[in-house]
Write a protein that binds this ligand. Structure first.
Ligand code: ZN
Length: 159
């Protein structure tokens, strides 16, 4: 790797940092969701992040709309914002594929997740892998997504 590549990586890191800050400051799809068919609460006691994710599913299993509300650190809010942005218009199976891909990528659990998934902007969350406690902030909304779709009764907790 030469100096130019390193510079490129720094630039990418900066872009991702900006993306996270932008979503944390101005979360997309923030608020309640009238007509929601699925919802789940996510709690990360270590950091104090608490959010509720709402989904409105069409009869054919497409996520017609998504929203979230709650409070948490910048990473947890940005992750939920990116999530809702991503999954609207997506079949639930595909959204669950992203759940697998994001959680396994960030926790380094080995499984690479479905190979055909393009993480795109979600790569902005990669930075948390260096900080194990922040991984829970970044994956919280994704666990809530899984809970909402699969109608798990208890709040999705990172503990
Ligand atoms: Zn947090």
């Amino acid at each position: 790797m030469n100096a130019v590549d390193l510079h490129g990586q720094d630039e990418l890191r900066e872009l991702y940092r900006e993306l996270i800050l932008d979503h944390a400051r101005s979360p997309r799809h923030f608020g309640g969701l009238p007509g929601a068919t699925h919802s789940a609460e996510g709690i990360n006691p270590l950091c104090g992040d608490k959010l509720t994710l709402y989904l409105r599913l069409d009869d054919d299993g497409t996520i017609a709309d998504a929203a979230f509300e709650g409070s948490g650190c910048a990473i947890s809010v940005a992750s939920a914002s990116l999530l809702t942005d991503l999954v609207i218009g997506m079949p639930v199976e595909q959204a669950l594929g992203y759940f697998d891909a994001v959680t396994s990528r960030l926790t380094g659990s080995g499984a690479a997740g479905p190979a055909d998934i393009d993480l795109g902007k979600l790569r902005a969350l990669d930075g948390v892998r260096e900080f194990p406690s922040r991984v829970k902030c970044a994956t919280l909304a994704w666990h809530a997504l899984d809970s909402a779709i699969n109608r798990r009764p208890a709040p999705a907790s990172t503990e």
